[in-house]
Design a protein around this ligand. Structure first.
Ligand SMILES: NC(=O)c1ccc[n+]([C@@H]2O[C@H](COP(=O)([O-])OP(=O)(O)OC[C@H]3O[C@@H](n4cnc5c(N)ncnc54)[C@H](OP(=O)(O)O)[C@@H]3O)[C@@H](O)[C@H]2O)c1
Length: 277
């Protein structure tokens, strides 16, 4: 097996593979096939969610992988309706996955209109103590939301998974996370299909390093110390997205990419499970 992703040490001490396979919007057999091929290629981290309606095929691929469960890292998330009863939400995650525990359980969106995310996080702390989640965290939370969680619980969320790519570099959020010991994880790290790969600055760096534009974009996450969850259902592109560890960008190149603000975000930020993936 070649090219396993290195790991990041989360606030709770758990080791998390830095590169995850994103799975939205794949479902059913397409999803199961994609997760199997990713594991064959050396991925050990898979990102799913209740909202993606693919926890069952992800769980099946995990259970039937032949890889020891302790070597795999499964991230999932629950929807807004569970904020008042996150234990029930997590039971649903585990049932659909067919697993006894997940490695990282995230509150998918803060949904501040409900004002229940602090309660949800308090329950995540209990679920972690019960061994149902090895690490716990957030997704799409803003610093003000995280401040409330820290003040109420004193427990550092392991991860905040947010939209992040060179067009939307999230410098302020990353700095805030780092100051609190929270690991940043990028969703839509390739900018989905927003034209980023065509940027001259990215193509030039791809030529310089003998890599592809996608690899340059993903290396930007790695060099910033973020975890990253590129989605591909194609084994060739999955392999490409994991083959990031034989080059690195200079601080000047990282800054140059971070300045690429010309394109729109892949989608506007919105606290809604209807909209969010
Ligand atoms: N927490 C949240 O709220 C949230 C929100 C959105 C997404 N996510 C997670 O983040 C993951 C990734 O985000 P995303 O799917 O929005 O976008 P993405 O990973 O930035 O981009 C995926 C797109 O890029 C293509 N692609 C992948 N690798 C490529 C390569 N090497 N060269 C050329 N094209 C490539 C894929 O097509 P192919 O499959 O055909 O290769 C797909 O169309 C999701 O799958 C999900 O797990 C989380």
């Amino acid at each position: 097996m070649t090219n396993l992703s290195p790991t990041l040490t989360l606030a709770s001490g758990v080791e998390m593979p830095q590169v995850a396979l994103g799975t939205w919007p794949m479902v059913e057999q397409e999803c199961e096939r994609a997760v199997r091929s990713a594991f064959d290629l050396g991925y050990r981290h898979v990102d799913t969610a209740e909202n993606y309606e693919n926890e069952a095929p992800v769980g099946k691929a995990v259970r039937e992988s032949g890889i020891d469960r302790s070597e795999l890292f499964v991230t999932t998330k629950f929807n807004r309706k569970w904020h008042g009863d996150a234990a029930a939400g997590a039971r649903g995650n585990l049932e659909r996955l067919g697993l006894d525990y997940v490695d990282l359980l995230l509150i998918h969106w803060p949904n501040p209109d409900q004002d229940l995310y602090v309660k949800a996080f308090e329950t995540l702390i209990e679920l972690k103590e019960q061994g149902l989640a090895r690490a716990i965290g957030l997704s799409n939370f803003k610093p003000a939301h995280i401040e409330r969680i820290l003040a109420a619980t004193g427990v550092t969320p392991d991860v905040n998974q947010i939209e992040m790519h060179p067009y939307y570099d999230r410098a302020a959020e990353r700095e805030y996370h780092a100051s609190k010991g929270i690991t940043t994880e990028a969703w839509s790290p390739l900018g989905r299909d927003n034209g980023l790969r065509e940027e001259a600055a990215i193509k030039d760096l791809a030529d310089k390093y003998g890599k592809t534009p996608s690899q340059v974009i993903l290396r930007w996450d790695i060099d910033l110390g973020a975890a990253t969850a590129p989605k591909s259902g194609n084994p060739g592109r999955q392999a490409e997205n994991l083959d990031l560890f034989d080059f690195s960008l200079t601080p000047e190149e990282i800054a140059e990419l971070s300045k690429l603000q010309a394109g729109p975000a892949a989608e506007p930020m919105q606290d809604s499970d209807v909209f969010g993936h």
